[in-house]
Design a protein around this ligand. Sequence first.
Ligand SMILES: [Zn+2]
Length: 522
Amino acid sequence: MENRAVELIKETCAIEDIVGQYTRLTGSKPQLKGMCPLHKDNKPSFYVNTAKGVFFCHGCHKGGDVISFVQQIEKITFPEAISFLAEKYGLDIEGAPKEFFEIKNSLNMLQKHIEQSSEMDFPEIYLHERGVDVEEFIAHGCGYLPDNQKTQDLLRCKHLRKLGIHRMVGRIMFPFYANTGTPIGYGARTIEDETPKYINSANANGFNKSECLFGLARSKKQDKNDFVVIVEGYLDVLAVNETGVRTCVATCGTALTDKHAKKLSNIWRSAILCMDADPAGRDAVKRAIPILYKHGMTVFVAELEEGEDPHSYSRKHLALAIQEARPGYDVLLDDLPSNPFEAASQLRPILMNIPVECKYVIFDKIGAKLGLPRSLFDTPSTGMPPSLDILVVASNPNMDYLLMFLIHSHEDSDAICFLSPSDIKDPWYKWAYTELFDGKPVAELITLAKDNPSFAANLAKLANTQPPADFANIAVQAACLVAADSIGKQIYEAIHQEPTDFNLIKQLQKRRLNLIKSVNVF
Ligand SMILES: [Zn+2]
């Protein structure tokens, strides 16, 4: 019987339809591709063969049919995946897990009841008092769970009691939806100052507060924006929606998690954090920024006046705050200590996990903020290194600084010894660095470099330059930048050539982390 069910599912459920709900597929049938929804993808590695009904990802090496895709993406068992698909396509499958179906049916009935109850006068008055837009409220499927006979009838269902819905009677209900559009869980807010203010339904059927976001299902339907606004509470989502921004989600009482960020980064490129303007809210913002960066999103922060939250703010000012959101890295630099080392060690845990491109922007900002020479933090070029027979050396301020350091302060060269000559791309710089590090006098190098007059002249200039006061610190940072540049480029090249060498990337990433740890800077 089960085989028949599987066959029926495979015949009926188009894999591209199901996958298409989690990632955008391009190309022409039978071969489609897109960003992998099962791992953090940075190029389209995910292939779907519509004729065979299978998928494969060249990044995480996961593959299979439509059922195993649903299992992996929804983190459910095989029978649950069968039910999931059967329900979606209205198939009558014998042997599907009864409970999964029953919970879904009960929640669907509950949701209808809640939506109907929201038309009653009581919550409307309550909502008006609190400045909640009823239209937005209803559009999200929110409502009221009245203490009446119909509610009591529904609560006879053991599944709803198990989910804790009976504790929510007399409360305002905020639904969370599955990708299929059916409700999977609720947050319930008191209207009579009861404690706790909010109650959540139990985790089941894919509902989990550390993964689910309020407003996600509705935001996903709006494909107009390439950004999503992240707020703290349910009513904040409604407030942002009222400003005309329809893509808004709330974490609702939990800190933003890796799983939240992964879900969001699969759909949007940019995130605008709009948290409460109090110490807890600012703290939440600072913790969320690196998590979003880590998933490759561009991050902005909308700032409200002290003591305000999105819901309490005037809609006009809220719209303006979102429009004028500051870049996330900028916010990270707000309360940075003036000592470069302290500042660096504060930023270190953040910089370790974010993509190389973002890192450079932050280096740039640190340079400006801490008054270090800006030339040290120039965005490195991404071209290939010149071959050995090329005499023209691309000017590299970081390398100039390191050579100057070795010329003027050779005894302290341990400070930068973690930089391996293999990190230096330019053969002339590599040669000079190695020789100076080994203690060869600069005069001798200038003579040896006579075949490359411009490089020899550069060496002479560095030998005659008086180094600035904070010399050693800057040299260490320059060395970090050279190492990061070299490794970053190799990662980039490795990623963009076929086939991708994942071992190399892993090695390089590991090495970079060790480098960073070993100098205790960045
Ligand atoms: Zn993958």
